[in-house]
Ligand binder design. Sequence first.
Ligand SMILES: Cc1cc2nc3c(=O)[nH]c(=O)nc-3n(C[C@H](O)[C@H](O)[C@H](O)COP(=O)(O)O)c2cc1C
Length: 208
Amino acid sequence: MPAFAPLPAPEENQTLDACRPSRETLELLATRRSTLARNMTGPGPSPEEVDALIALGARVPDHGKLFPWRFIVFEGEARDRFGAILEAALRQTEPDGPDERYRLERERFTRAPVVIAVISDVTDSPKIPEWEQILSAGAVCQNLLIGASAMGYAAQWLTEWYAYDDAARQAMGLTDSERVAGFVYVGTAAEAPVERPRRTPRVTRWNR
Ligand SMILES: Cc1cc2nc3c(=O)[nH]c(=O)nc-3n(C[C@H](O)[C@H](O)[C@H](O)COP(=O)(O)O)c2cc1C
């Protein structure tokens, strides 16, 4: 069971480390892998740990300090209730089953103990392009993955069909301009991930 101790929350204008050499952080980044949601089990983070994880997630670069994202936490029975909404949405679009598909939707959010939806909420700004605000929301998702791992939990960043489904969007209370950047599933790995194929990063040194 991962131990949780409160993390520092710096005061505004407090001087902070410009860098923090950490072999552990480098090893985490060098070996990080997602755990498939379907390979997750409990325990998951406690409500206090979820709050701490979200605070870590929110420490991303944010051009213009617009905070162009928000969070929706699914935990406990709320996951079943959201699953029922997903099942109902599927029954509308695919009324002829099969039952196995309905069950899958009903149980989708219970694959992991906690699901954190990161919602991209772009502000119409003359100075900060939409693209940059969306990138910031993506950075939040990645921070959650890394933060979860360092707290002792497995995680996966998914969108799946319900990120784009009107009924699911409505059930989450999204405004027309809001978009799901990701559903970050957090729990414990029932099965260890293995390394996946990777391409060598495409890098050029600009020299014209
Ligand atoms: C924005 C975004 C959405 C994703 N949505 C899905 C998804 O719906 N289904 C899926 O199987 N993987 C999805 N992935 C990929 C997984 O999160 C994961 O990155 C992939 O399984 C590779 O694993 P790794 O993180 O260990 O490299 C998505 C990734 C991103 C960045």
